[in-house]
Design a protein around this ligand. Structure first.
Ligand code: AHR
Length: 559
């Protein structure tokens, strides 16, 4: 089965060593791991080569009405025994605040193009039940019961989502239904969210059950995957729809930022044809961002491209699947540069930013924590390395990537959280988002890495992939360098040179795992957690040994 069919069908201060409180365990870990004889890698950080500001929106999330994301994940209901804030899971809100979420995208995904926002407003008792887009998905666990995940009760609607954003400090990013609602419905959704209290009937409707003050929603997705579940359009057809939906929308004092729905995977032809069509009508200036999606799923090393057969297990994977998945993830860099080049053919000033509004690992079903969590999956240190690697790639292209949204927030695909009833746990991906949060709003600077490539066996033949990789950003006199090591066995002692400033002090934090198949669970929530690590400051810079299968952050105070 092809992806298109799937979507269409179903839908140290000073010289020496610094270590924090957890020094002893990390020292043991460093002693136990295979070490090179001497430094085999070098990283240069070039402070005088800024790339661009790292948009906080790169630290974005995605929450769709799909399986356990909304019902059970975010929404537990006002009368639930699970601690909640007006029906929203409190533990989730508290954890979200720690990672400073830039933005949350809602309500889909494919679901968005079947959703009528009017179903989710007004008195909760009056809201209709509707068949969810994902009801007939082939991936449901066999014994999955009926419930709001199949027949949406609409208890979580626009007001609830906007409240969730307010509670967590995230900006809302709403995806409009372009396939099955009209441009007028879109016009009125913007009005419902943004028109000042007392001015229109919809503003009064909002004030009656939601917030009296307008939400000032800036980011609006104009459809989703319009080549597939979002309408099966050609790029030319979609360009016409895009223009119709976005022409003459009042912003109510907000500069609306429209995000166009991009291609299937790396299909640059879709991008080229869409941009050419918009350029014909001088409409490129109306678009803020262009969305691409990048899922890492095929672990077969090319044996198949079948959307179902190509996937592996989230937890029990052999070494070659570890490397295949991380190679897949690494392709996001090419996706960014290819699309950027093609967009530049029509958008010469690069007015439009790239928005990677769905990204992450996608495994086969079987590790979901509850049978109502369609596309739910467990997470290991492999997911953490994938997340760190991807965020570092976005930083290296901070001049191009305006927003990114990991898919999805809770109980689905590469989640930061797993939750069921009163149980809640942070995944290794959450820890990466927390470790990396200080990059937000900083200026990305260029890094140059020289390191051996890990090798593995791909269908009986030798193969390699990129080794140590990372990114650096500067905010005032604090430099943050984050690095992932995808090598399963080899630690890399690395000399790090900071060009353009002297180092005053350095601290290291590392996320790694006792076993690469280990994971945090409701019963054992702290198996994978970041720990302070040893790092050496030398006359020439910094020396650090990056553990195998790890994500590391160095906080470097510059003189
Ligand atoms: O994230 C799950 C689905 O993947 C989304 O609904 C869709 O946009 C993509 O195909």
């Amino acid at each position: 089965m092809k992806r298109r069919d799937f979507i269409g069908a179903t839908v140290g201060a000073g010289l020496g060593v610094w270590a924090g409180g957890a020094r002893a365990p990390m020292m043991n870990l460093l002693r136990a791991m295979p070490r090179p004889q001497a430094a085999d890698s070098r990283i240069e950080v070039l402070l005088n080569e800024p790339v661009g500001r790292i948009a906080p929106e790169i630290y974005g999330h995605f929450a769709e009405h799909l399986g356990g994301v909304i019902y059970d994940g975010i929404w537990v209901g006002e009368n639930s025994k699970v601690p909640n804030i007006g029906g929203i899971r409190k533990a989730l809100v508290d954890a979200m605040k720690r990672i400073k979420p830039g933005v949350v995208r809602w309500p889909g995904g494919c679901f968005a193009d079947s959703y009528n926002w009017r179903d989710g407003i007004g008195s909760k008792a009056q809201r209709p039940r509707r068949t969810n887009f994902w009801r007939d998905a082939g991936e449901w666990p066999k014994d999955a019961p009926d419930g709001p995940w199949k027949y949406d009760t609409n208890q979580f609607g626009t007001d609830d989502f906007l409240r969730f954003c307010k509670l967590t400090g995230a900006q809302p990013y709403l995806a409009a239904n372009l396939r099955s609602l009209s441009a007028n419905d879109f016009y009125q959704w913007v009005e419902y969210c943004n028109s000042p209290a007392g001015t229109t009937t919809l503003a009064d409707t909002r004030a009656a059950t939601g917030d009296r003050e307008p939400a000032n929603v800036r980011f609006w997705g104009v459809g989703n995957e319009s080549w597939g579940c979002g309408g099966n359009f050609t790029p030319e057809e979609y360009a016409a729809e895009y223009r119709r939906f976005t022409a003459w929308l009042p912003g109510y004092g907000v500069q609306l930022a429209f995000v166009g729905s991009g291609p299937n995977g790396g299909d640059v032809d879709w991008t080229r044809r869409f941009f050419a069509k918009l350029a014909e009508r001088r409409a490129i200036g109306s678009m803020w961002g262009w969305a691409v999606h990048h899922y890492s799923w095929n672990v077969t090393g090319g044996r198949t491209t079948d959307w179902r057969q190509g996937k592996g297990d989230a937890v029990n994977y052999p070494d070659d699947e570890w490397y295949e998945l991380l190679s897949e993830a690494d392709r996001v860099e090419q996706l960014i540069t290819d699309h950027w080049t093609v967009m530049g053919e029509s958008d010469r000033q690069h007015h439009v930013k790239l928005v990677v509004d769905e990204w992450g690992a996608w495994y086969k079903p079987g590790t979901e924590v509850n049978n109502t969590h369609l596309l739910g999956q467990q997470a290991t240190i492999r997911d953490a390395v994938l997340a760190g690697q991807t965020l570092d790639t976005f930083h290296r292209h901070a001049d191009k990537v305006g927003m990114a949204n990991i898919a999805q927030l809770v109980n689905c695909l590469q989640s930061l959280f797993l939750a069921h009833e009163d149980k809640f746990v942070l995944t290794p991906t959450f820890h990466v988002f927390e470790m990396y949060a200080s990059h937000q709003g900083a200026t990305a600077v260029r890094t140059a890495v020289s390191t051996p490539r890990p090798s593995y066996t791909r269908n009986g033949k030798p193969a390699t992939l990129r080794g140590l990789a990372g990114s650096a950003s500067l905010k005032e006199r604090v430099l943050v360098l984050t690095v992932t090591n995808p090598d399963l066995k080899q630690a890399h002692e690395t000399e790090i040179a900071i060009r353009g400033a002297n180092v005053k002090s350095v601290r290291a934090t590392t996320l790694t795992a006792p076993d690469v198949h280990a994971h945090n669970s409701f019963e054992n929530p702290s198996v994978i957690e970041p720990k302070a690590a040893t790092v050496r400051q030398t006359a020439a810079g910094i020396v650090h040994t990056f553990a195998p299968a790890s994500v590391t952050r160095l906080d470097i105070d510059l003189a």
